[in-house]
Design a protein. Structure first.
Length: 189
């Protein structure tokens, strides 16, 4: 059996998902500058950040499997990352109200002596109309502040979801079907 996977993320949600999938891991967050390049397509942006996070941590652990990820929300042509403040969170939630959006999670895996394997999953999420008082109450809870798109599908925002097309765990922050397939394909199991 391999040594535990290195998770290049401090996200409690990603940790919960990996635990639920039976993956033994250690947490060593990546600290990289996260900024979208002007004109960079959303999928390319998420993939680049996931790979940069993974490679930054893999340098410290050259003989270990390292997994990194990045999640973004895309509404129309707008990329929604983590809100910078309550006003930004409210803007995002109003934008998502009564419409569909895409949640893209890119996952990058570096295995010992192998190049990064970087892939992504997309899930389409459909929200009902969100009343302004719901937006304000949700922001007051503090939950949206560290979430891409300013919401947690597994939390208070669950009430707004009409349906999803794709993998639920992807919206939470880690597409488990993809991650398990990547770990298998790269010899972790």
């Amino acid at each position: 059996m391999n040594r535990p996977l290195i998770l290049a993320s401090s996200s409690p949600r990603r940790q919960e998902l990996l635990r639920a999938a039976g993956v033994v891991f250690e947490v060593h967050p990546a600290y990289i500058f996260e900024e979208r390049i002007a004109g960079e397509p959303p999928l390319k942006y998420a993939r680049r950040l996931a790979q940069e996070k993974t490679e930054a941590v893999a340098v410290e652990f050259p003989d270990r499997y390292v997994l990194g990820a990045d999640t973004i929300v895309v509404a129309g042509d707008e990329v929604l990352e983590k809100p910078v403040d309550a006003g930004d969170a409210a803007r995002m939630l109003r934008l998502l109200s009564g419409r569909d959006h895409r949640v893209i999670t890119a996952v990058s895996l570096v295995a010992p002596r192998l190049a990064a394997d970087t892939q992504a999953a997309t899930t389409r999420v459909y929200f009902r109309e969100i009343r302004e008082e719901e937006v304000q109450r949700y922001i007051a809870s503090g939950e949206p502040m560290d979430k891409a798109g300013a919401y947690a599908i597994q939390g208070g925002a669950a009430q707004w979801v009409q349906r999803i097309d794709g993998e639920y765990s992807n919206v939470v922050g880690l597409p488990l079907t993809l991650v398990k397939a990547m770990l298998r394909a790269n010899g972790f199991w």
